[in-house]
Ligand binder design. Structure first.
Ligand code: MGD
Ligand code: MGD
Ligand code: MO
Length: 707
């Protein structure tokens, strides 16, 4: 082997090999991370990737999903051109068309539907990917529709709603660096957010106490927990109220803080009287003495930093109130907006708290006055509608079926994946009733197969994208390879479509750069500086938030305080202003469906539907597999590796059984996102949390049998 061959084989960058290292980000999981990636590029192809060593978020680390980016972007089923349906809906038959043809057809159809039925009859939908959302959101309002819908109708937005209602602000972070005790509620970052575990590990080594609350045994409970409480799935509200009961009984609350900053304490304290440790044991299965021990560990080690995970807590019909019950602990212990507690944060851009304001909201809302109709879900979920400028997507099926308050006729989708919705068959049937469906995607997904027009989008490696990061960073990424085939960036598509549609929106029509410049105009840094930088740039003058600032200024709630008793909820008859507890799955027949399906705790190797077709990731868990406790296995005659059928009142799926002592008895855990075994054929679109509209993915009544 000659020297050049040797260098090429080792993928050494340099003139001799023609290999360049270019920087980009991984866009597979949540925007809080979007880890820096060094892409080794030769002849316009990514031949290797590594984590960027000096990226402020990942410092060189990548997870199994990030490491698979090369296989992900080079999946052989990437969409290549815009497509137009030729066969019947759902037949998957398409013909390639040009971008111009696609834009013309979309423009003509959407504008015609708007003229006939009003702009509200058109939906604008975003899947999990968030980077283009401010553009799509603005587009929706410029068009005059209230119906910006996202997958977040089942995800983080429940967290935002809880914090908005209770504190008048969208979110908190847990101040692990200064905490004495960490309460990791439904917390297993090793599978869902591996970087988030690092500071807890570090602080634990320095003596911080850790309490994990999770029905299952997980890497987090094994590695981090001083105390692991295992409530039955969906009973967290009772557990939190039980902790409050003990803290109040023992006089371990911060009365001075409560007097100054908390609203509704009397009513709350009165309510929690009934949550004695014995009653909580009955409701949750957590032994009374363990609850007492946890309460003691908290008060002996204050301040407490609570971390509530959004999905597993919210994915219950009682999720919103359970979450509020947990948050309340921060208030009565005087740890909200205090060092070592939960610190309120505000978003800079695209759900990321950079520590500096931008004009993102103004950008999104500029033409909101054109919206005349209520959004989907507004009537059924009034609390959501008061706080969240998004339709509640879980009411879409109902609205299409009933046509009230108005009919829905078309959808312009970006990464729309109907199969992540509860009772997805119902949603699919309803989408098929619409007159015109467009989806913008990387791959030919099950949703694309029944659309009228499909547009090919490109990945984060092929586009330029604006990101903010905590610690005062902004990053304008650059493409490291040209867009594959004829794919385009989502925001380029939106701006071009704005032109083709003659949308009355000068800014969008000018293109992405003008929009970014608008959003960043108040910052002491220019687009040029961002363009020239080869990584995240520190925004000058950003200083860390000083805990207590928001408390002293007065919270943005009706009382100006942290509301244990919510005045925002009180306005709506039939809803409880206190974080009252309702048991999960209370009104379902037990006999035929004796087990509970919890779908799904995350798996470390996949993200929703995205990586199942990527060989490396697939190889780590090749078959759709459900976790089951050995006690249940014995009872039902199921052995390790058996094929089982899980049946709900909606349908059945067949998967492989994994018997594990880590599981919760009586509960089968199965991950959503597999094409061949779809958890959401079993879940329900009617059993929604009345406060948030969230689906009860984690409490579907099922039966199980060996096949
Ligand atoms: N049973 C059950 N169901 C669930 C959940 C659960 O726990 N249990 N979790 C819920 C939660 S929390 C969430 S967040 C949702 C997630 O639900 P989805 O948002 O539907 O998740 P994905 O499978 O990631 O689908 C997004 C689609 O976007 C495409 N995509 C990726 N990048 C881009 C891009 O840059 N541009 C465009 N245009 N498309 C792109 C992907 O190919 C993919 O098909 O699932 C929900 N569904
Ligand atoms: N690898 C990977 N990472 C992901 C995702 C992914 O699909 N794959 N999805 C991303 C998205 S969109 C989201 S929303 C997040 C979600 O991420 P997380 O919020 O971490 O959610 P889960 O992993 O579903 O659940 C975390 C833990 O909660 C426990 N749990 C389940 N039900 C309950 C309950 O009722 N009470 C309590 N106390 N605990 C419960 C589970 O056993 C699990 O160990 O993950 C993100 N990160
Ligand atoms: Mo999510």
């Amino acid at each position: 082997m000659d020297e050049k061959e040797r260098l090429l084989k080792a993928k050494i960058p340099g003139e001799e090999t023609g290999i360049q290292v270019k920087r980009t980000i991984c866009d597979i999981c949540c925007p809080s991370f979007h880890c820096g990636i060094d892409a080794y590029v030769k002849d316009g192809q990514v031949i290797k990737i590594e984590g960027t060593a000096d990226h402020p978020v990942n410092h060189g680390l990548l997870c199994p999903k990030g490491l698979a980016n090369r296989q992900y972007i080079y999946r052989n089923d990437r969409l290549q051109t815009p497509l137009r349906r030729v066969g019947p809906r759902g037949s998957g038959q398409f013909e390639p068309i040009s971008w111009e043809e696609a834009y013309q057809e979309i423009a003509q159809r959407l504008n015609a539907i708007k003229a006939e039925s009003g702009p509200e009859s058109v939906l604008f939908y975003s899947g999990y990917t968030k980077w283009y959302r401010p553009f799509l959101h603005r587009f929706t309002y410029s068009f005059g529709s209230p119906n910006f819908l996202t997958e977040s109708s089942s995800c983080m937005t429940s967290t935002f709603l809880n914090w908005w209602v209770t504190t008048g602000n969208p979110m908190c972070s847990s101040d692990v660096a200064r905490a004495g005790v960490f309460l990791g509620w439904a917390y297993n970052p090793y599978y869902s957010r591996h970087l988030a575990a690092l500071n807890v590990e570090k602080r634990k080594a320095e003596g911080m106490k850790v309490i994990i609350i999770d029905p299952r045994i997980t890497p987090a409970s094994l590695k981090l927990a001083d105390i692991h409480l295992r409530p039955r799935t969906g009973t967290d509200g009772a557990l939190a109220l039980g902790l409050a009961h003990i803290l109040i009984r023992e006089g371990r609350i911060d009365q001075d803080y409560i007097d100054r900053y908390v609203y509704g304490f009397e009513a709350y304290a009165d309510y929690v009287k009934q949550f004695t440790p014995q009653r909580v044991e009955e409701l949750t299965g957590v032994p009374a003495e363990q609850l007492e021990a946890a309460a003691r560990m908290i008060w002996e080690n204050l301040p407490v930093a609570i971390n509530e995970s959004a999905a597993p807590l919210a994915h219950h019909r009682n999720g919103f109130q359970n979450y509020r019950a947990i948050m309340s602990l921060s208030a009565i212990l005087g740890c909200f907006d205090r060092p070592g507690g939960q610190i309120p944060i505000q978003f800079s851009y695209n759900y990321l708290p950079g520590g500096f304001p931008t004009r993102e909201d103004a950008f999104i809302m500029e033409h909101h006055d054109r919206v005349k109709a209520p959004a989907v879900g507004a009537e059924r979920f009034p609390i959501w509608n008061d706080f969240i400028h998004e339709a509640q997507a879980n009411d879409l099926s109902r609205q299409i079926e009933e046509g009230t308050p108005y009919p829905i006729r078309a959808m312009l989708g970006f990464g729309m994946n109907y199969r992540i919705s509860p009772d997805d068959a119902r949603l699919k049937n309803n989408l098929l009733k619409l007159d015109f469906l467009v989806n913008t995607e990387l791959f030919m997904t099950d949703t694309c197969k029944f659309c009228d027009i499909v547009l090919p989008a490109c990945t984060s490696f092929e586009r330029s994208e604006l990101k903010s990061y905590g610690g005062g960073y902004l990053y304008l990424t650059k493409p490291v390879i040209p867009p594959r085939f004829q794919s385009r960036s989502d925001i380029q598509i939106l701006c071009e479509l704005a032109r083709a549609m003659d949308l009355d929106d000068q800014l969008l029509r000018q293109g992405p750069e003008a929009c970014w410049a608008y959003i960043l105009q108040d910052l002491p840094l220019s687009m040029q500086m961002l363009k020239e930088a080869d990584g995240p740039v520190k925004v000058p003058g950003v200083t860390p938030y000083v805990p207590g600032t928001m408390l002293e200024r007065g919270l943005n709630t009706a009382s100006g305080k942290f509301e244990l008793y919510s005045l925002a909820i009180e306005k709506h008859p039939g809803f409880d202003p206190l974080p009252t507890y309702r048991p999960p799955y209370e009104d379902r027949p037990d006999e035929d469906l004796p087990m509970v399906l919890s779908s799904s705790p995350r798996l470390p190797n996949v993200l929703h539907s995205r990586l199942h077709k990527v060989p490396w990731n697939r190889s780590l868990r090749p078959e759709p597999t459900a976790d089951l406790h050995p006690e249940d296995g014995d009872r039902l005659g199921i052995a390790q590796g058996d094929k089982i059928e899980i049946t709900s009142h909606r349908g059945s799926i067949q998967v492989k059984a994994n018997l594990t002592l880590k599981a919760e008895p009586g509960v089968v855990c199965f991950y959503h996102g597999y094409g061949e075994a779809d958890a959401n054929e079993l879940t329900d679109n009617e059993i929604l949390d009345p406060y948030s509209g969230f689906p009860s993915y984690r409490e579907t009544r099922v039966s199980i049998r060996r096949v």
